[in-house]
Structures are given as C-alpha cells and as structure tokens.
Design a protein around this ligand. Structure first.
Ligand SMILES: [Zn+2]
Length: 447
C-alpha cells in the first residue's frame, strides 16, 4: 500500500491554514502560528486488534516499543508499516524501550489518599521510560523526523528531562546534541544524564523561557534541528501516552485524563490524540482533560480561570484572545514575576504550547487548577508508597485529582487516568521530605 502524500503539516489557526510538506523543518507557519502534523487517510479501527496482538512483540522492536506499536497512527514517514526493513530504515527507537513499560496501574495507597476507590483510579508512570520521563515518547518521533530530513545536530532548551531524552537519542543515532539550560536552575542530577550522553551544555542567564528563545535562535542561524515540544513531531509521539492508557481500558474512555501543566506539550498531544480518535470513530466518549499547574508557575490557570483582567482565555474555535496572553506576559516582565517552584519540570512561565493546550481544553471541556509545592511533595511521596517512583511534578497529578474531587468537579465515581510524567531525578527531595516529621508521609531516620 502506498501512503505517499498522506501526511503534511498544517497551521493550527483555522483562519490561516497554511500547509507545508512533511519534510519541512518549520516549527511555525510563515505568519508565526504553530503547526500540526495531519493525515489524510482515516485508519481503520481493525488496527485495535493488531495493536493488541503486537503486545506479544515476537522479537520485533517496533512492536515492543510503546510508541511504534501504534505506528499506523503516527505514520508521518509514510512507510509500509508491516515491512520491518522499512521500519528499521526510518523509525528511531531505543531498541523498543520507549514507552514499553508505561501503562496504567491501580495504586491503592494513592487512591485512599485521594479519596476515591481503587477501581476508579489509574496512574500511568511515564518515568519508566529509558531516560526516565515521558519525553522519550515524543523524542522517538522528533528524532525520526530529524533523521528523515538528514539533520546532524539536535538542539533543545531544557529543565532536565528533555536534555536527558534528547542526549540519549542523539547518542544512539550518532547525532550531536546541544542543550540550552537556565544557569543554576536545574537539579544537578537531572543534568548528569545529558553530560553522560555526550551532549554539549550551554548555560544561559535567565530562566527556561530565555533558554528556549536562545536555542530557537541558534537553530535558525546555525542549521540545527529543534526537539522542544514546539516541534509538531514531538506531539505525535506523545499521543501514544493516551493511546496506551485507552488501549489498556479497551478503548473505553475514562471520565478524566489528568496531567501536570508545564510547556503544555502533553495537554496538546492528549487533545490531538482524542480529536483524532473521536473523528475516526475509535472512541465514543471524549474524556475531560484536567491540567494541574504549580501555584508558582500558573500562567495557564491564571489565564484560563480569568484571574488576569477577569477574562477567561479560551481557544474560542480558533480565535483566542492572543493580546490577552501578550499583556499577561508583559505584566510578568513588568512586575519581575518569575516562575518559581521546586518542581522544575513545570517551572515554566510561557508555555510554548499554550494555544494547542487551549484547543485541547476546549475540545475536552477541560479544566485547570493549581497545587502548592508541599502538596506536590505529598503526592510524590504517596506514589512511592505503592512501590512506584515519580518526580515532584508528577505529584501534581495526584494532589490535583484529590483537590478536584474535594471540589466535586471530579465526581467520586468518575474513572480517572492520571499521568505520572517522570521518575525521581533529584535524590535530595525525598531525603529532605522524610527528614521533616511534619510532612504527611514522612518516615524520618532513626538512630
Ligand atoms: Zn498560520
């Protein structure tokens, strides 16, 4: 079967709608809007059976991979997905390890803490990816596109997880990897991986938003390939996070899918996955997305919930009030407000994917709320008591669900899938948490 010209890039602004060939490296249209990867063909839902069969991989790494197992739903390479040789030539994989171990689990102690039944709560640890976070899902696809267009150097800005993932894939593919970081703002353990994989670290005065700006300028001026989530191919791979959750629930939609909110790549990719599945008739019900911001980095919550200028920012069918966002950012600059949370993975003031995120929230009737650092640490810690390891930002998912149940936004008998985005990479966080007997789940050391 030939898939030629099935995939292309299209501007997300419905009034603009500029299109580009799939081999374009533009991450924005000529008018500066974000892009989507689009597919003309509608995949048959008979593939559900095929995906299920592939869980017995029979030694095929593209079946073993939790990303490429769903390759027909992200076939931007436009290859014959049954042909193993063709898959090997195009698809980038860490020997099938990306997404392989991630699926939803029941965690009874987390359910008890949240105040819901064990049956209604699923938590999906994306930390069990090879580089320790959900980023490997989208990096597999972004680096596949980089390889497709012959890129020799990938570039990113990172607070830790992205650099680890990019460095790992670059090392595997024999590419160079440059990582822009905000100087002095990253947990040392999180940078260790990037160094280990041979990435070049470039320190930038400022915060993550400043580092991202410089990395994009570098790519523009010096012929690199950007792998931050502004890259639409990152979003394609991250769609497999909800794909795996839904597959384990037999494609019966839960009532809610809950994510921590940072750059909003996850929110965007979940929204795109659900839009596609719904359009193809693979799911009948649209789950609602809940995004949990940190109180110290609450751009989306402030704008979405009308806490700035009393206007609730919405996608508004493709006509969002962009000026409101600009005024909010100017306000942050003017007041010297910098994003501040110990959960560095979501310490982001200018979410790259805010518009795609708003689109996802509109499609799913989503909601946004905030939690404090101390709440996130409780959430992180109770996950640990179930024998699973997660980072502080993932704790936002757990306490966010708890808060939304307390507020009766999530109903007690709603089925909830929460995404735990990464593994613990700052060893001192749990040590400090447990050494303080005041903390809810603390088990201080004894003499
Ligand atoms: Zn456009």
């Amino acid at each position: 079967m030939t898939m030629q010209d099935d995939a292309y890039l299209k501007c997300i602004d419905p009034q603009c709608g500029l299109e580009y060939p799939i081999k374009s490296t533009n991450v924005q249209c000529d008018k500066g809007h974000m892009l989507d990867v689009k597919y003309k063909n509608k995949p048959s839902d008979k593939l559900k059976e095929e995906f299920y069969k592939r869980r017995n991989s029979l030694g095929n790494i593209f079946n073993e991979s939790g990303v490429w197992r769903f390759r027909e739903l992200l076939n931007f390479c436009q290859i014959d997905t049954e042909n193993l040789e063709e898959c090997s030539k195009y698809l980038v994989s860490l020997d099938g390890a990306e997404g392989r171990q991630s699926k939803p689990y029941h965690m009874s102690k987390a359910a008890k803490f949240i105040g819901t039944s064990n049956e209604n709560l699923w938590l999906q640890p994306e930390g069990y990816n090879p580089s320790g976070s959900f980023k490997d899902n989208g990096m597999a696809t972004a680096v596949t596109h980089a390889k497709m267009i012959g890129a020799k150097r990938i570039v990113c800005a990172s607070t830790g997880n992205t650099s680890a993932s990019a460095g790992m894939f670059a090392a595997n593919e024999g590419m160079d990897c440059d990582v822009y970081i905000p100087a002095g703002q990253i947990a040392p353990g999180k940078l260790g991986q990037a160094y280990q994989f041979g990435a070049q670290i470039i320190q930038v005065d400022g915060n993550f938003d400043d580092a991202l700006k410089q990395s994009l300028e570098d790519v523009q001026n010096n012929n690199g390939y950007t792998v931050n989530s502004i890259n639409p191919f990152r979003i394609e791979g991250q769609k497999t996070i909800p794909f795996r959750a839904l597959e384990y629930l037999n494609w019966e939609s839960p009532d809610w899918i809950v994510y921590p909110g940072g750059a909003l790549g996850n929110t965007s990719s979940c929204g795109k996955a659900l839009m596609e599945l719904y359009e193809w008739g693979w799911i009948k019900k649209i789950p609602r997305i809940a995004v949990i911001n940190s109180e110290g980095a609450s751009t989306l919550s402030d704008l979405y919930n009308g806490k700035f200028e009393e206007e609730e920012l919405r996608w508004n069918k493709g006509k969002p009030n962009i000026e409101l966002i600009t005024r909010y950012y100017n306000h942050l600059d003017k007041e010297g407000i910098r994003p501040k949370t110990k959960a560095t993975a979501i310490q982001i003031g200018r979410p790259t994917n805010i518009l795609k995120g708003l689109r996802a929230l509109e499609f799913t009737n989503g909601i946004v709320t905030t939690v404090s650092d101390s709440e996130m640490l409780d959430g992180m810690s109770v996950v640990g008591l179930n024998g699973f390891d997660c980072e502080m930002a993932s704790g936002a998912t757990v306490v966010g669900i708890k808060k939304l149940i307390n507020d009766e936004i999530i109903k007690k008998d709603d089925m909830v899938v929460g995404i735990l985005t990464g593994r613990q990479k700052d060893a001192m966080l749990p040590v400090e948490y447990h050494n303080n007997p005041e903390n809810k789940f603390a088990k201080p050391p004894k003499n």
